[in-house]
Ligand binder design. Structure first.
Ligand code: S3P
Length: 169
């Protein structure tokens, strides 16, 4: 079955949700977000799931979500949590687009947001900057490996990013 899904992957804070909404506003597609699906399924925030159950439990929920997406979702823009790219079936869900930026570019983007403190606070893996930098460095080659398309989003206006993605798919 041709699913026609678009999956946005990339590091925390790169703008996956914002870009998904930009794509929705410029196409007839609908968007969903894997973290939102998990939070509603669990009726608690990601931060709380990490604190109460630990990361492996969360990764298992991502796996369940990935299987459901593969079997049940089509014609949809799917924004994902920063670690969702690890799901073995990700390429079976749809076309994978890696939203690329430097770590500094991501921090600048977060800090420019009016709710910057909350954006940092809600992400358990962004609490320790030294650890987050290491995580970023280890993930970049992996994001590139699973991506069908790489889009450089650093310092680009949303309209340009949306246009570039729509032009490539
Ligand atoms: C994670 C990223 C988060 C969320 C969880 C783990 C990660 O999503 O899924 O905190 O492993 O990079 P965002 O990329 O939307 O922050």
């Amino acid at each position: 079955m041709e699913k026609n899904n678009i999956i946005l992957i990339g590091f925390m804070g790169v703008g996956k949700g914002t870009i998904a909404r930009g794509l929705v506003n410029n196409s007839s597609m609908f968007a969903i977000d894997t973290d939102d699906l998990i939070e509603s399924m669990e009726n608690r925030k990601i931060k709380k799931i990490f604190a109460e159950e630990g990361e492996p439990y969360f990764r298992n929920l991502e796996k369940k979500t990935a299987l459901w997406l593969e079997n049940s979702v089509k014609n949809t823009i799917i924004s994902t949590g920063g670690g969702f790219y690890k799901q073995e079936n990700i390429n079976k869900i749809g076309k994978v687009i890696y939203l690329k930026s430097s770590f500094q570019g991501i921090l600048d983007r977060i800090n420019a947001a009016p709710n910057a403190a909350n954006k940092l606070k809600k992400r358990p893996l962004l609490q320790n900057m030294e650890e987050a930098t290491k995580l970023f460095d280890s993930r970049v080659p992996e994001y590139e490996r699973v991506a069908d398309i790489i889009v450089d989003v650093e310092k680009k206006p949303l309209e340009n990013i949306v246009e570039e993605i729509l032009g490539q798919i």
